[in-house]
Write a new protein. Structure first.
Length: 326
């Protein structure tokens, strides 16, 4: 049963990661009549959906008892205000990150985004060393060097890429790259901060995600008011929403829950395999379906290096000892 859950969670992770990137990219470049949906409102709706899903999971864990659910939420969230407030920092950073992903995919093709975003492995490792005093092995340090080299190759400019970018996208490659880099740093810091909080307390990951979603909704609404307040007052909160928009929102809300399931049922090596498979699928679909990406030999070299680095970082060689003679 546990093996089935392991591979089921990994399959869902590959599907969620790949489909989110591709549908988000497609939804931000699709030309339609009327106003385009606001990414800031999509982030808020995704947070609300995540809260709803986590409440249902807590409800299920407590034998589908509304009374028990109410008591757990009251005791773990309302009666522990300081513990709840600890989630405000990572929640605000995650909200920024989610908004940046929309900016990145409005300006970068899905394949380039997927590979470049793996720099979050580097930032997470550096924050783990500095904040959690984690020690990295030789293979992990080597993988980080390979990772940086791979991303550098992916971002290496070429005449073919420049021409294609001008023809297929009006967005700025530089804006997309900066958005991805900031998202990588925010993802690394928030992830390590959240891990530190989880290790210091005994609250379930679902309760913690409800707390994250609560603050995320507040920060998200602040972003809507500051950046898109005029557009919302003019055309409404759900302006430009269609079936594709709702698919993007649901997939984004599903992301945190899938990661939690993978952490629970799988391991880092299999997670790295899922990430690599997602990169390959995103590249193929971006080329054949979205047709906004023309691969070069330099890109392929960089993508291979990133995939190798992902596996190498998750590799944990077991110490071997000489068998003792009787």
């Amino acid at each position: 049963m546990s093996t089935n859950l392991k591979y089921l969670s990994l399959s869902i992770l590959v599907f969620q990661t790949t489909s989110l990137v591709l549908t988000m990219r497609y939804s931000r470049t699709l030309k339609e009549e009327g106003p385009r949906y606001l990414s800031s409102t999509a982030v808020v709706i995704a947070e609300l959906l995540k809260i709803t899903a986590c409440i249902l999971l807590v409800y299920k864990d407590n034998k589908c008892s509304l009374r028990t659910l109410n008591r757990v939420l009251h005791d773990e969230i309302l009666n522990k205000p300081m513990e709840t407030l600890k989630l405000a920092i990572p929640s605000g950073i995650y909200t920024l990150q989610n908004n940046l992903l929309y900016v990145a995919l409005s300006n970068l093709d899905a394949a380039t985004y997927q590979v470049t975003y793996q720099l979050k492995i580097l930032t997470t490792a550096l924050f783990s060393v500095s904040m959690l005093s984690k020690k990295l092995g030789v293979y992990q340090w080597l993988s980080l060097v390979i990772l940086m080299a791979g991303v550098a190759f992916v971002q290496w400019p070429s005449d073919l890429q420049t021409t294609t970018a001008k023809e297929l996208s009006a967005g700025s490659q530089l804006v997309g790259l900066v958005a991805v880099l900031i998202a990588c740093f925010s993802s690394g810091f928030a992830g390590v901060y959240f891990e530190k909080i989880l290790k210091e307390t005994k609250q379930s990951v679902w309760i913690r995600n409800i707390q994250l979603g609560f603050f995320g909704s507040i920060f998200g609404l602040m972003g809507v008011y500051i950046y898109d307040g005029e557009l919302v007052s003019k055309n409404g909160f759900f302006q430009g929403y269609n079936k594709l928009t709702w698919i993007v929102v649901v997939l984004q809300a599903l992301g945190g829950l899938v990661i939690a399931a993978v952490i629970k049922y799988a391991d880092n090596i299999l997670k790295g395999f899922a990430t690599s498979l997602s990169i390959i699928l995103s590249t193929l679909i971006s080329y054949f379906w979205l047709q906004d990406f023309v691969p070069t030999s330099v890109f392929f070299l960089g993508a291979v290096l990133v995939i190798v680095a992902t596996f190498l970082y998750s590799y944990d060689p077991k110490p071997t000892g000489n068998p003792t003679k009787a």
